[in-house]
Ligand binder design. Structure first.
Ligand code: 2P0
Length: 328
């Protein structure tokens, strides 16, 4: 089974006549229970389920128009060279959907600073799939959009939705049961602060990092058990509005993911010294009675979790952070 087979299953006999252009926005997301490891690299099928919260106004807007010239891709107003890795990834994704003669002009813009280290592939592929759905008037369901976005990037399956979102692991080889769904609960007081400690390109991308971890880390064997427990606790925390349970589970889940990476060979460490200083500041604040927690993806930047009533004290401690209101 390859990506093309899946696209054929989902789009079936749908029309391929396009309107001239379409545009869509998708929010980025941060996992509270992480996706780390694939059971199928071609189809981006995960070893475990994961659960995220969307980042409201922070995300990607993508405009796509049919062109009669060569493909042209601009990212944040800069035209990308054909050999740019992001451009190549987009083009091979687009090749799944078009006839050989069809070319596109794609303008994609992230409204978060690239330096914030937020996953642009999640909102990028989600926005692209929603724009394609509009361009070709496929009228796909959200489930189908999530399945298609997953083929571009695993975490993009979650960015089709807003709010708390669970991406199911699924068990089928074709991945047709591995898509995201939104949870009914909302939590308007929830806040996230993005603390940027470094903005350079990471040395090992997520795809390669996951492969190295699953192939060499003994600690990775315990990861599915960790996720099973953490998913249960996070859902319970969301249902009961239990912020302490949410925060400590998300923080512990992120650190456990990084532990599996540290136990890989060669070892994988995405943190900078400043990353650890942020962890220590959070722990010190908790010792002083402030309910604040963190989560961190495969990079050096830290995301602080807190409730609206702690905004002043959190802002005072982490000066220049970007604040997100997921349920605005
Ligand atoms: C997540 N991350 O759940 C985890 C936590 C990074 C750490 O999803 O290879 O860019 O495109 O499926 O989705 C980053 O991985 O990887 C990611 P691909 P993706 O958000």
């Amino acid at each position: 089974m390859n990506k093309k087979d899946i696209v054929r299953i989902i789009l079936g006999g749908k029309t391929i006549s396009a309107k001239p252009s379409a545009s869509a926005f998708a929010s980025s997301n941060i996992a509270l229970c992480k996706y780390w490891g694939k059971r199928d690299e071609e189809l981006n099928l995960p070893v475990t389920a994961s659960l995220s919260v969307s980042l409201g106004h922070l995300g990607t807007r993508t405009k796509i128009s049919i062109s009669n010239m060569a493909d042209r891709i601009t990212l944040d107003d800069c035209e990308l060279a054909d050999e740019d890795p992001f451009a190549r990834r987009l083009i091979s994704f687009l090749d799944l959907f078009r006839s050989p003669r069809e070319k596109y002009n794609i303008e994609t813009k992230n409204n978060f600073p690239t330096a914030a280290g937020l996953a642009s592939s999640a909102s990028g592929f989600a926005a692209l799939v929603i724009a394609l759905d509009d361009l070709y008037a496929w009228h796909l369901t959200k489930k189908e959009l999530s399945l298609l976005a997953r083929l571009g990037s695993g975490s993009a399956s979650r960015s089709i939705f807003n709010g708390f979102v669970e991406w199911q692991r699924g068990s089928r080889d074709d991945g047709m049961d591995s898509f995201a769904q939104v949870l009914a609960e909302q939590w308007p007081e929830l806040r996230l602060g993005v603390v940027t400690v470094a903005d350079e390109q990471k040395a090992v991308g997520s795809r390669a990092g996951m492969r190295r971890t699953t192939e060499t880390s003994e600690l990775y064997r315990s990861w599915p058990l960790q996720v099973e427990k953490d998913l249960r606790n996070i859902k319970e925390a969301i249902q009961n509005r239990d912020f302490e349970l949410l925060g400590k589970t998300a923080e512990s889940n992120a650190l456990a993911m990084h532990a599996t990476m540290l136990a890989a060979w060669p070892p994988l460490l995405y943190w900078k010294p400043e990353t650890v200083l942020v962890f220590q500041k959070v722990w010190k604040m908790r010792e002083a009675g402030v309910p604040v927690y963190f989560t961190i993806d495969a990079g050096p930047n830290v995301k602080i979790l807190f409730l609206e009533n702690q905004l002043n004290v959190v802002s005072k401690n982490f000066g220049s952070m970007e604040i997100v209101t997921p349920f605005s």
